[in-house]
Design a protein around this ligand. Structure first.
Ligand SMILES: C[S@@+](CC[C@H](N)C(=O)[O-])C[C@H]1O[C@@H](n2cnc3c(N)ncnc32)[C@H](O)[C@@H]1O
Length: 197
């Protein structure tokens, strides 16, 4: 398990769910970012929301190591990172109905038709999200890829237990690394949010 000298969770087992009470000093609502990259968004968000706990999930070691470095430099007790694949994390590691929010920002778009089956947000995802979210929990999505955005909105529209809502301005105002890059190139980005009943 993680401690304040290493914010990355050392998984004792990948078939047992995380013990959230052991991970964080305070029992607080949990938010998760899937594919957090260098964790710039999450570090800033966790700094602004000390009354919440945060987990960043990322499969690349070089990227998630930055969550550890930046989070410790900022003295964040409410942030942890898990190096693992996002769907696996939801299915096997996150306790059911434990997340107040899932943030998925600029997931890999897999633009070639034959690769689309690799997309994280597919027809199975709303059920995974529902199982991860506490009642009233929210999935926040951002992407620059119009085709992927259409797929996202279609799969969520098909789930009657997730209702579309607006992304709060305070949250929308915290840009991610990839978003900053797209903004600087004048590339339009899209966002959506869905609340679980
Ligand atoms: C385009 S980057 C976006 C990073 C960050 N969310 C942002 O907006 O700056 C996508 C990130 O998701 C990670 N990633 C992609 N698929 C993943 C998966 N299935 N599980 C975990 N991480 C994944 C990639 O390694 C990469 O760091």
């Amino acid at each position: 398990m993680a401690d304040q000298n290493n914010l990355l969770v050392q998984l004792a087992s990948i078939v047992e769910r995380l013990n959230l009470a052991e991970l964080f000093p305070k029992p607080q609502p949990l938010e998760v970012e899937l594919g957090c990259g260098d964790a710039s968004f999450l570090v800033e968000y966790a700094r602004r929301k000390p009354e919440r706990n945060f987990i960043g999930v990322e499969r690349l070691l070089g990227r998630i190591s930055k969550l550890d470095r930046k989070g410790r430099r900022a003295g964040l007790a409410n942030l942890r990172g898990v190096r693992i694949e996002s769907s696996y994390f939801l299915q096997h590691l996150l306790p059911p109905h434990s997340a107040a929010a899932l943030h998925i920002y600029f997931p890999d778009p897999w633009p070639k038709k034959k690769h689309r089956r690799h997309r994280l947000i597919n027809e199975s995802f709303p059920a995974l999200a529902r199982a991860a979210l506490a009642p009233g929990g929210v999935v926040y999505l951002r992407t620059d890829d119009t085709d992927y955005f259409q797929q996202m909105t279609e799969v969520f529209a098909a789930s009657s237990e997730l209702q579309k809502m607006e992304t709060p301005q305070e949250l929308a105002g915290i840009v991610t690394d990839f978003e900053r890059d797209f903004n600087s190139k004048g590339i339009h980005t899209l966002r959506a949010a869905y609340r679980s009943s």
